[in-house]
Design a protein around this ligand. Structure first.
Ligand SMILES: *Cc1c(COP(=O)(O)O)cnc(C)c1O
Length: 429
């Protein structure tokens, strides 16, 4: 396997792009080496510019849940392109996608479409403040909610990978209303509520995915909602990663908790830039033009992106791949554990449906602190051996691996074979 063309493009890219990437998670900062440049992708596979083919567990960091270039999606989008790219006025497909989304999430009567997960969350936070008339927000250490100023503290994967405590350029004033609590630790949330009476909301990834996969223990989410409500605050579920992935109705459906405000992204656009936030009527009526909270977007509800979203979600609903995801996820999890045992490597595997990853640690991982006990050098060695065996993983210990419904038996055999090889390499470190 060689990476000559990728190497060449990387060097070229450094001139006019920052680090030759448009999102820092795509840089191979913590695994060493240079990022791969992609030529194309189809189904479960992604192919780089040197012609190397990989089973794809990055899936654009989640959106490509049907695999790449699903026939139904491609057909619908190609057809839509003939009618125009953007109008700055409403289209019927916005109503259609809104209906699909609102029926998947019972806590959403109305939804507003935006262009990214970041935008969805920053608007969701604004809405929590508009609705409650309060300022402060509680977030959890290790949860990532996009790159808006106020939430860019203790923010998980991207920053953790680059060993950054927070981001430069974020003024103190921007984070003065952000309170940090520990995942799976209700007491740490209670302490904030006891000290502050102006908390608008608690935002959480209902299943952590940006510090590696971290699963809420026991009734954490239910308790959190109760605690928030008791204190006149709202629960904001950032389901940008888990929405339509954990289940069609997101992690909320699996965990049986209904958030007050839900933020979506990734799968909702099926690879096109779509984000969304939604809530009950009583809350959404605060958004302009119905209410006084302003939020807008030139390309929001983009006609092509809407069609991509509709085709993806209707196909996904029909496929109902969640049982398959669980079976395949369990199989990968088992081969990680078996190979680790065989080669005597300390590993903890966390998995929630079609999101999983190994941590190279002896500890159970239930929060960011425990995730950070993972040996990232071992992960780097594991990552490169997987690449050499034709498996594309996110280039960070603190990112989840994702499954697509396009994955087949052959892909699984290849994956398991690669895992054993990679674990063997790690055991020699
Ligand atoms: C990816 C992600 C975001 C940010 O979404 P972008 O589309 O990258 O802006 C926000 N929250 C969570 C939980 C995410 O996984």
């Amino acid at each position: 396997m060689n990476f000559k063309k990728s190497q060449k493009l990387y060097n070229k890219g450094l001139v006019n792009l920052v680090g030759a990437v448009n999102s820092p998670v795509r840089a191979f900062a913590s695994v060493g080496g240079n990022p791969l440049f992609i030529d194309k992708a189809k189904g479960s596979k992604i192919i780089d510019v040197d012609g190397n083919s990989y089973v794809d567990y990055v899936l654009s960091y989640g959106p490509m849940i049907l695999g790449h270039r699903h026939k139904k999606v491609q057909k619908a989008v190609t057809k839509a392109l003939k009618n125009g790219y953007s109008f700055g006025a409403s289209t019927e497909n916005e109503i259609k996608l809104a209906k699909i989304v609102c029926s998947a999430f019972p806590g959403m009567d109305k939804v507003r479409f935006v262009n990214s997960g970041t935008e969805a969350v920053l608007s969701g936070i604004r809405l929590a403040r508009a609705y409650t008339g309060k300022d402060k927000i509680i977030k959890f250490s290790g949860c990532y909610h996009g790159h808006q100023d106020s939430l860019l503290v203790a923010a998980g994967s991207g920053l953790a990978t680059l060993s950054l405590p927070g981001s430069k350029g974020v003024p103190e004033g921007a984070v003065k209303n952000t309170l940090i609590a520990n995942y799976n630790d209700l007491e740490s949330v209670k302490a904030h509520f006891e000290k502050h009476d102006d908390i608008a909301g608690v935002i959480i990834e209902p299943v952590g995915g940006n510090m590696g996969v971290v699963i809420p223990q026991n009734e954490f989410l239910k308790d959190l909602k109760e605690l928030a409500h008791k204190n006149g605050a709202v629960l904001i579920a950032d389901e940008v990663m888990t929405g339509f992935r954990s289940m069609f109705g997101g992690a909320q459906e699996v965990l049986g908790v209904e958030a007050d405000i839900t933020c979506l992204g990734k799968v909702i656009g099926g690879g096109f830039p779509v984000g969304a936030y939604g809530a009950r009527n009583e809350i959404m009526e605060n958004v302009a033009p119905l209410g006084g909270m302003y939020q807008a977007g030139t390309l929001s509800g983009n006609p092509i992106a809407m069609v991509g979203g509709i085709a993806t979600l209707t196909t996904l609903k029909k496929q109902n791949p969640y049982k398959k995801f669980d079976a395949i996820g369990a199989e990968i999890e088992q081969s990680l554990l078996d190979s680790a045992k065989k080669y005597e490597v300390d590993v903890t595997v966390n998995r929630f449906g079609s999101m999983l990853n190994p941590f190279f640690t002896t500890k159970k991982v239930t929060n960011f602190e425990e995730a950070q006990t993972s040996d990232t050098k071992k992960f780097a060695a594991f990552f490169w051996e997987m690449i050499k065996n034709g498996i594309f993983l996110p280039p960070s210990q603190f990112e989840a691996w994702f499954l697509s419904s396009a994955i087949n038996k052959k892909d699984m055999e290849k994956t398991k074979y690669a895992i054993y090889n990679a674990m063997k390499v790690v055991s020699k470190l």
